[in-house]
Write a protein that binds this ligand. Structure first.
Ligand code: GLU
Length: 318
């Protein structure tokens, strides 16, 4: 990768919201990747983050994490946004598209590289097998000049990370031993999720991240990056995952059960029930159901265990 000429600006590129009062207000977000239509698992994450933000009288933002062109489906972003609107959830601020911010993330990478906190790497999966897939502090082989490198962040010297998750409780991970130097810039010249997400969570002033528990083990990596870059750490809440009847996570890319934007009520009720919230009320329009859910919202009722769904109904199984 070509380095732009270093400037002062790049050494301190981490712009935080300039209005300090905006940092005190709760700011939450839902950050889907547009790899397919919204499915039940993403609806749970959207609804969980929306309820937490609204219950705190805060702002709720939508960020489209569209930095992986090969996995994206044309039209999926629009479809997700339109579906969210049918479920009564609209971003309080203009939707941020990560694809438009590639150069911003690159500036952060460059700043890290200039401080020798990131380095190019052409190690293959096969080469890393000898290290159980955990990249050591030095590449086992020199960089292959015929291949475009990925970039990894140096984690050596970082302490084990412990944080209190709002649903899962205390989580500890030693990133040096359990993950190793991880990729922050992919060899296809796009930022890795871990880098883009911490930059945007900080720059958007997110105070609490509410998302699916599949990302629980990414969180220590994100906290390591926040520490290395000098970004604030938001609170974290990881919601239980919706699993298919075989116990696998639902995912947009495998075309798992999109929710029906034209008939939102069944999935909305099921998502509330999934989050442990009361759905007894006989309300039959989205607005009323959301208002009532908000009035009775109790985050302590959110279960910490993943739940299998009964195939046809999207209802938590027994
Ligand atoms: N874009 C990720 C996904 O769709 C979520 C990232 C996040 O919430 O941090 O799974």
């Amino acid at each position: 990768m070509r380095f732009p000429v270093i400037s002062r600006n790049l050494l301190n590129p981490f712009m935080l919201p300039s209005d300090p009062s905006s940092l005190r207000q709760y700011r939450g977000r839902f950050a889907p990747s547009p790899s397919g239509p919204l499915h039940f698992g993403s609806l749970v994450a959207a609804l969980g983050s929306w309820l937490c933000a609204r219950a705190a009288q805060g702002r709720w933002l939508v960020r489209m994490e569209d930095i992986d062109p090969l996995r994206e489906q044309p039209g999926a972003s629009d479809h997700i946004l339109a579906t969210l609107a049918r479920f009564g959830m609209v971003s309080d601020e203009p939707v941020r598209f990560q694809s438009a911010r590639r150069e911003r993330y690159r500036e952060v990478l460059v700043a890290l590289a200039h401080r020798d906190m990131a380095y190019p790497c052409t190690c293959s999966r096969q080469q890393l097998q000898a290290f159980a897939g955990i990249h050591p502090a030095q590449c086992p082989a020199p960089v292959d000049p015929t291949r475009t490198p990925a970039w990894r962040v140096r984690v050596a010297g970082t302490e084990p990370i412990t944080f209190e998750d709002g649903v899962c409780g205390r989580v500890t991970q030693d990133v040096v031993r359990e993950v190793g130097d991880f990729v922050i810039w992919r060899h296809d010249d796009w930022p890795a999720y871990q880098l883009a997400v911490v930059v945007d969570d900080a720059e958007q002033g997110i105070t609490e991240v509410v998302r699916g528990a599949d990302l629980l083990d990414s969180t220590p990596r994100q906290i390591v990056l926040q520490k290395l870059i000098g970004l604030p750490k938001p609170e974290y809440v990881h919601l239980p995952l919706a699993l298919d009847p075989e116990g696998r996570k639902l995912s947009k890319s495998d075309a798992a059960r999109p929710v029906d934007p034209l008939d939102p009520m069944p999935a909305l009720r099921a998502a509330l029930c999934f989050l442990g919230q009361d759905t007894q009320d006989a309300a039959f329009d989205v607005r009323t159901v959301l208002d009532k859910a908000l009035a009775g919202f109790d985050r302590k009722e959110i279960p910490s265990t993943n739940t299998r769904l009964i195939a046809a109904l999207d209802q938590p199984a027994g």
